[in-house]
Design a protein around this ligand. Structure first.
Ligand code: BES
Ligand code: ZN
Length: 854
């Protein structure tokens, strides 16, 4: 058993300390007697001591539990209790542990363990919530089968696995697949279902249900289709079938995360499953499709094969994000998905990797594991798999995955197990590649080129800056996908993957009639920062001719970024060539509208701040904001004549459909509307708002109007129309802050925290307001410091109720050392204020300490 650490110094857990649990858990039986403030949980667990165990201590985790009684083989025992669990003398032969505990679901505002949401019981056990339900070895390498009996008057009572019986006031479930406790789930409430069924490839009938609050049953059809598509896709692409008689999804309003893959009983934040044209945007539909797929795919990558310990989290999350990205690419547009993912990686993971919170995809220590569900574990974890696949090829990848499922089904695994299947399936040595899992920081990849007598040489050099705890970095394996274009724009060398393994390395290409233009890091083949001295005319050339859609977009993105930086640093006017190239693309009807929308969407202001920082400058958020405004205004004015026509041409008429083509068109249409609004004072946006028959168009119009400060009436109308719909109200809260001018944002956000519908108890609502506050770059970083203060005050208030969501949102401060001394002082003051709060949670303490320390 671990010693209880003093509150001032939370315990740190280390990967190197891994020791298996000293007992086998043969079977688990749980009975729940539900009551809002006093639920009884009766457990009956069969333990078998492991001969020769390194650590024979019988320690069961348990937090915030009231122990009523405990017995071993029917004889009452008196265990030793601490804040984190219990120990007890036990026999050295197999025995049955019984315990009865009392818990308070209604008082559980942290939304971990068993809690109540709108009168409905639900659970969230990952990562370490099961210990708030009963005493148990709550660690992912302890796997067992569960039988669950639920007693209560609720109409619907669900748990994992297959239903085995029910009667008046009770229901029983049995999950035949051994699983760790973090995959346990229970739901009980007066729910209604949207039913369907699926026949697996081998002919097994599976009952499917999406369970929702009465009134929401009309918002399930899209999610159900996404589920069936995911089931088919995993059979076709990975050869994986579903393995129970029933698959249930439940929507809950109060949820810390997006969704959770509990075996056979996925629980979703209602924002990630409920969809209707009136209330959901295209972006919501896309997210719902992806997250349903993600949680479903976990059934194999996460549940059947799980993690040995939480340091291995990217084993399931990186892989499952990679799989859901493949799925989305197949369902929609592969280039558009790739570009969006890279935008997201740069917006969330690069700042993390370059700041005080930097950690490797497989961290080696943590205080609170909930703080490690990060962009690095998820998104970089997925990128690492993408690189692996590129190195071993599609065939190697599919052999390795088959071997992974064959070899490790039913096990709790490590990154070593994962890499070994690739080595065994392909004969490749992955020793150096493994550095991607252990080293933090984003490599910077610089390139030099030379051309002589038909031979073209690219010389790359990789460097990674020190990160907390890792001063020195070794060179990594970097797959660099390269193609070459001739002077006339034709491709003279199709994509090749160069394998860089050294700190500095050259690659030559022979027999080229003229000096080519290189297209480097196609498809963004590695998560690195590419540094290449190049000209805007070459970028414009690639934007026009590159055959790789990602790099085509990237060329435009680089042009946009450089144009913006020149405006900021040199007071330059918006770059004429770039404006010209944009206009051409905008009018090019041969190009996918979704792609055009991406080319037209400017780099975000925080992205420009990041780029300035990478170039060694101190970003000024107000200046960045002003340059963005000037640029958009200039673009609008230059396009003035064609905007009405372009707007009309991209307007999607007819009944709403969330398909990829319509979505892309509406996206482009919204960008055009935002330009048009700069010229017509919001007339077109107001007309669109009136005429809109779906949320995507209504929201886009309101967004333009608010941005132009012409949306007061529509905002009120929106509120009156939607005040009864929680998810739409989240949009209303967020949009007012997201569109606010820098000097107004904090005041608007603060006023909204006083609104009758604002509450700290609902994470979606909190994120709508505080997430939008932190996301309004110039508003959050306004020189007054009001944004920093407001966020800090609200984090301090939320921490008392919900540490997990509080801690995650502290990351808004992670980039603080990028900014000038005055802003740094203002932020430091707020971080110290949070850190100095009495009774601050372990979660938030760890985050603010890490952000302040580095
Ligand atoms: N297993 C996670 C959910 C989770 C995360 C539970 C952290 C507890 C703590 C789930 O599979 C997940 O990754 N969900 C993501 C969405 C997904 C599409 C990346 C989420 O909830 O944001
Ligand atoms: Zn996941």
């Amino acid at each position: 058993m671990k010693d209880a650490a003093p509150a001032s110094a939370p315990e740190t857990f280390y990967l190197k300390d891994y020791t298996p649990f000293g007992f086998e858990v043969v079977s688990v039986e749980l009975t729940f007697r539900l009551a809002p403030n006093a639920t009884r949980v009766i457990s009956k667990i069969r333990f078998s001591p492991k001969p020769g165990a390194a650590d024979p201590t019988f320690f069961l985790h348990g937090e915030e539990l009231t122990l009523i009684r405990a017995a071993i083989d029917g004889t009452e025992v008196t265990p030793t209790l601490t804040d984190t669990g219990l120990t007890c003398d036990v026999p050295d032969t197999p025995f049955t542990w019984e315990a009865e505990v009392e818990i308070d679901p209604e008082g559980n505002t942290a939304l971990e363990g068993l809690y109540m949401s709108n009168g409905m019981y639900c659970t969230q056990c990952e990562a370490e919530g099961f210990r708030k339900i009963t005493y148990y070895p709550d660690r992912p390498d302890v796997m067992s089968t569960f039988k669950v009996r639920i007693e209560g008057d609720e109409k619907v009572k669900l748990s994992n696995g297959n239903p085995t019986g029910n009667g008046a006031g009770w229901a029983e479930w049995h999950d035949p697949w051994p699983k760790p406790a973090y995959l346990f789930a229970l739901v009980a409430g007066d729910l209604v279902n949207h039913p369907d069924s699926f026949t697996t490839r081998s002919g097994k009938e599976v009952e499917l249900n999406i369970w929702v609050r009465p009134g929401d049953e009309g918002k399930c059809a899209f999610g159900m289709e996404a589920l069936k598509k995911s089931m088919t896709w995993d059979e076709e692409v990975y050869g994986r079938e579903y393995d129970l008689d029933i698959f249930n999804i439940v929507a809950v309003d109060d949820f810390n995360m997006g969704a959770m893959e509990n075996k056979g009983l996925n629980i979703f934040n209602s924002s990630c499953v409920l969809a209707s044209p009136d209330t959901s945007t295209d972006a919501n539909y896309e997210r719902i499709e992806a997250i349903i797929a993600h949680e479903y795919f976990h059934n194999w990558t996460g549940n059947r094969i799980t993690c040995r310990d939480w340091f291995q989290l990217c084993l399931k999350e990186g892989l499952t994000v990679f799989r859901d990205a493949q799925f989305t690419a197949d369902m929609r547009s592969a280039p558009v998905k790739r570009i969006s993912d890279v935008i997201d990686l740069r917006a969330r993971q690069f700042p993390e990797d370059g700041g005080p919170l930097a950690h490797p995809p497989r961290p080696e220590q943590f205080q609170e594991i909930n703080n490690f569900y990060t962009a690095t574990v998820y998104e970089k974890g997925a990128e690492v798999i993408g690189m692996l696949k590129r190195l071993v090829g599609d065939d190697g990848y599919s052999k390795a995955l088959d071997l992974y499922f064959d070899r490790h089904d039913g096990q709790a695994c490590t990154i070593e197990d994962w890499l070994k299947v690739f080595e065994d399936a392909t004969g490749r040595d992955l020793t150096q590649f493994k550095l991607w899992y252990s080293q933090a920081g984003t490599p910077r990849l610089s390139v030099e080129e030379s051309y002589q007598d038909g031979t073209y040489t690219l010389t790359f050099e990789q460097k990674t800056a020190p990160t907390p705890g890792q001063p020195d970095k070794a060179p990594r394996v970097i797959p660099i996908a390269v193609g070459l274009l001739g002077p006339n724009g034709d491709e003279v060398l199709p994509t090749q993957v160069l394998e860089m393994t050294e700190g500095k390395q050259s690659f030559t290409f022979e027999g080229l009639a003229a000096k080519p233009v290189p297209s480097i890091l196609r498809e963004f083949s590695a998560p690195v920062i590419l540094e290449r001295e190049t000209t805007n005319s070459e970028r414009a050339f690639l934007l026009a001719h590159d055959t790789d859609p990602f790099n085509r977009w990237e060329a435009g993105n680089a042009l946009a970024r450089e144009a913006r930086i020149a405006m900021i640093l040199d007071g330059a006017a918006p770059d004429a060539d770039y404006l010209d190239a944009l206009q051409k693309m905008l009018r090019d009807d041969d190009l996918d509208p979704a792609f055009r929308a991406l080319v037209l969407s400017p780099p975000s202001q925080s992205n420009i701040a990041q780029a300035l920082h990478e170039h060694g400058h101190t970003p000024d958020p107000q200046q960045i904001h002003d340059a963005a405004e000037t640029f958009a205004q200039t673009l609008a004015e230059q396009l003035a004549d064609s905007l009405p026509r372009l707007y009309a041409a991209t307007t999607v008429d007819g009944p709403y459909s969330p398909d990829a083509v319509s979505t892309g068109k509406r996206d482009l249409n919204a960008r055009i509307l935002s330009l048009l609004t700069r010229l017509d004072g919001g007339q077109q946006a107001a007309r669109q708002y009136e005429a809109a028959d779906n949320m995507t168009q209504q929201y886009a119009a309101l967004s333009c109007l608010l941005k132009a400060e012409k949306g007061a009436a529509q905002s009120q109308a929106f509120y009156d129309q939607w005040k009864g719909d929680r998810l739409v109200m989240d949009k209303w809260f967020a949009l007012q802050i997201a569109t606010a001018a820098p000097e107004a944002a904090a005041q608007i956000a603060q006023d909204l925290t006083g609104h009758a519908l604002f509450t700290l108890k609902n994470p979606n609502r909190f994120r709508a307001v505080m997430g939008a506050m932190a996301g309004n770059h110039a508003g959050f970083h306004h020189a007054s410091g009001a944004g920093y203060r407001l966020l800090a005050e609200n984090l301090i208030a939320l921490d008392k109720l919900n540490p997990q969501t509080t801690a995650r949102m502290c990351a808004a401060f992670q980039t603080w050392r990028r900014y000038d001394a005055d802003r740094q002082a203002l932020i430091r003051e707020q971080l110290q204020r949070i850190a100095g709060t009495d009774g601050l949670s372990r979660d938030t303490t760890e985050m603010v300490t890490r952000i302040l320390d580095a």
